[in-house]
Design a protein around this ligand. Structure first.
Ligand code: EPU
Length: 423
């Protein structure tokens, strides 16, 4: 397993290009199951989760030619509507083949995702929604087994907004007979992006990105050609990296419009952020940062996927910051690792109190979640010049950040990949 070695004390200067969004690309890859013919996805990031999804689509019988940023998916002669445990356990987002398989082929068998490092993460809302569209669902030997004749449009009211749940239902409804109304939907930009693709395929999707989505289903859908929107969480992560290490960096093709909550908090902390065309400039001078409080919330609130990175920033700010995690029950795994680097953080249930202004020191650290891994790389950047941090188990980082060590090194960070480091 690879590690990333970070030596601290460098300011960041230059340009970081932002890649396509992982969490937009994954549902859109699953949407290719809704049609025959050849679909083309552009601006796809080169990530392990994309490889896993490509492997899953191949298992299901699709031909996938994946050379990111271009991915071509075309229908093979046979389909096997079954997502095996071996693939689903690598990536929970595999659950998003359930809706398309069921709508298209009338049956699907998908391994029930287990809990994961950040929480138990049930899929009851996905199943409840598909049942409302007419599916019969049972759980047999760890697999969700779903069947239907033709799905029929209906009203589905989610108990809580769920991102992949909303996406699964949108895809299923796109091939259902009649009109579906989804209420209390996730409003994340990736949901909006899937809506654009389903519209290109011939469904009529209205309201994606708001809490009520209407979908007019079609008997057949067409393949599509689509360039994936830029990754707001990758952009936010590099904003925090620059803010923490200090410097002046242009984030090329960063979707500022989807980062309002993050940008507001960074500005409050004393970071300068400004739009320059389709890019975003992030600057932090010599003035110390201020501690700020954060509570994660569904979009447009502060994203849980930025919580770990922000916590590192608060380690170097002046004062005590209160960070509350409300989306996932166990998303503080980075805290013990940050403490090993000298951070002073108290955790009380879902709230962390971060006492800033304490210098971080290098250490060997590891994380079992991708955003936590990114936070540890940022922590390595803010240590002193002679300090060395090895972030182990980098395969988590590789699930969601395209060549992070190279992108950071290109703006002056001392970050290298060490091949085969035991972790
Ligand atoms: N939930 C339920 N029942 C369900 C579905 C969700 O109780 O049927 C709960 C979850 O346990 C959680 C909350 O609802 O407490 C919200 O979870 P959601 O379903 O929205 O999360 P997700 O769709 O599984 C996506 C992203 C995550 C991101 C969350 C929250 C993808 C592929 N994944 O997950 O991304 O953290 O939304 O914004 O889109 C990441 O990229 O690092 C990542 C974890």
């Amino acid at each position: 397993m690879d590690a990333i070695r970070v030596r601290g004390g460098r300011r960041l200067e230059g340009i970081i290009p932002i890649s396509g969004a992982k969490n937009a690309a994954l549902p859109i890859l699953c949407a290719t199951l809704l049609s025959d013919g050849e679909s083309l996805l552009r601006n796809v990031p080169a990530l392990r989760d994309i490889d896993t999804t490509s492997a899953l689509l191949r298992f299901l019988g699709r031909k996938v030619d994946a050379s990111p940023p271009l991915v071509r998916v075309f229908a093979g002669s046979d389909v096997r509507p079954e997502a095996p445990y071996e693939l689903v356990k690598q990536m929970r987002a595999s659950i998003m083949v359930l809706g398309p398989l069921l709508a298209r082929f009338g049956r699907a068998k998908v391994s029930l995702p287990g809990g994961c490092q950040i929480g138990s993460r049930p899929v009851d809302q996905h199943l409840k929604g598909l049942e409302a569209l007419g599916a019969t669902i049972s759980v047999q030997r760890g697999y969700i087994v779903a069947e239907c004749k033709r799905l029929r449009g209906n009203e589905v009211v989610f108990d809580i907004p769920t991102v992949t749940g909303t996406e699964n239902l949108m895809m299923a409804a796109a091939l259902a007979k009649g009109r579906t109304t989804l209420v209390n939907c996730a409003r994340e930009p990736e949901v909006e992006e899937l809506g654009r693709v389903l519209n290109k395929m011939g469904a009529i999707v209205d309201g994606a990105g708001t809490d009520v989505i209407h979908i007019e289903g079609r008997d057949e859908l067409a393949p599509f050609d689509h360039a994936i929107v830029a990754d707001r969480i990758e952009a936010g992560t590099y904003m925090v990296a620059v803010a923490a290490a200090g410097g002046d960096v242009l984030l090329e093709n960063a979707p500022l419009e989807y980062l309002e909550a993050v940008v507001a908090k960074l500005r409050q902390a004393g970071v300068e952020i400004g739009r320059e065309g389709s890019s975003v400039r992030v600057r932090r001078g010599e003035k110390p940062l201020r501690a700020i409080d954060i509570t994660t919330a569904p979009h447009p609130g502060f994203p849980t996927d930025m919580q770990a990175q922000m916590m590192v920033l608060m380690c170097v700010a002046q004062g005590t910051a209160r960070i509350a995690e409300t989306i996932f029950e166990n998303r503080f795994m980075h805290v013990p690792e940050l403490r090993r680097m000298g951070a002073m953080i108290d955790v009380d249930g879902h709230t962390a109190h971060v006492h800033g202004g304490v210098p971080l020191t290098g250490a060997k650290v590891m994380a079992t979640d991708l955003r936590a891994s990114a936070s540890l790389v940022i922590a390595g950047l803010v240590t002193a010049e002679n300090e060395e941090t090895d972030v182990l188990r980098v395969y988590h980082l590789d699930r969601g950040y395209e060549h992070m060590e190279t992108k950071l090194a290109n703006v002056g960070a001392d970050t290298t990949r060490i091949k085969g480091e035991a972790g």
